[in-house]
Design a protein around this ligand. Sequence first.
Ligand SMILES: NC(=O)c1ccc[n+]([C@@H]2O[C@H](COP(=O)([O-])OP(=O)(O)OC[C@H]3O[C@@H](n4cnc5c(N)ncnc54)[C@H](O)[C@@H]3O)[C@@H](O)[C@H]2O)c1
Length: 308
Amino acid sequence: MRILVTGGAGFLGSHLCERLLNDGNEVICIDNLFTGQKANVAHLRENPNFEFVRHDIIDPFKYEVDQIYNLACPASPPHYQYNPIKTIKTSVQGAINCLGLAKRVKARVFQASTSEVYGDPIVHPQPESYWGNVNPIGRRSCYDEGKRCAETLFFDYHREHNLDIRVIRIFNTYGPRMHPNDGRVVSNFIVQALKGEDLTIYGDGTQTRSFCYVDDLIEGFVRFMAQTEIVGPMNLGNPGEFTMLQLAELTLKLVGGKSQIVHRPLPADDPRQRRPDITLAKRVLNWEPQVPLEEGLKRAITYFRTKV
Ligand SMILES: NC(=O)c1ccc[n+]([C@@H]2O[C@H](COP(=O)([O-])OP(=O)(O)OC[C@H]3O[C@@H](n4cnc5c(N)ncnc54)[C@H](O)[C@@H]3O)[C@@H](O)[C@H]2O)c1
């Protein structure tokens, strides 16, 4: 197949491009390189089935493709809050452009949505049927509400134009090629530990998150795109739940060194807990994460050692 990946030079996008090429597809990767880097796909550029296009998905694009994966959007709070209006435009106008193209060329189209659509959840763990608890006017809203609106657009195109959509809600994912300065907790802790700096925990460190290793997530993407039973939304993530203190301690154990743990005030709208209910993915995709946190962290640390 010929497959378009938006945001293909980012963390998840670059792993997805690699996987799709390995499966024998042609891949067109479009990216404006806001948070992505050419280096993430440098190893793919010799492959005749790979094409990189520098383009902003806010502006229309046309390619004859069989499938579209829409991943373009800054994903970490400092990046998506840097220009919040642009973030909403990327989510909303970018989704409209992907959907318009999918309609025109009759492609199956995938949306990388997020657990952030659940906001600060009152239901725990979060099943897909939960509508969420999102602040519409806060600092995180440009991302959360943009992604919610993109989901609405996907389902309206599905209902109105019978478009073949797939919507995945991704929970925290980590691994090699994460941006070292993107402020996400796994990369933050690893980079701080490798530099011998203190590890910063926001709040008392009892808030929990779940962490999925990138290879597990990409396997879920591909299985979800291949099946025809449901269009989503479907949660993908690792249901193992860890406190920030546990993550910091494990990172320190694996990296070694003399870093200490220090506490800083909790940012606004920081969710207390987040854990996917993956019952649906288990049933439909026969999928569940395979890489334990300690193993995944070791692989990520190996990557970051070459960068820091
Ligand atoms: N990594 C996670 O834990 C996670 C969790 C939930 C959802 N997601 C979603 O998955 C997708 C990929 O996330 P990631 O972690 O790889 O982040 P990332 O920042 O590494 O990748 C996003 C990519 O999109 C590109 N991009 C941003 N705006 C663009 C625009 N207007 N036009 C073209 N390209 C643009 C960036 O340059 C970057 O390469 C995002 O949509 C994100 O919201 C990721």
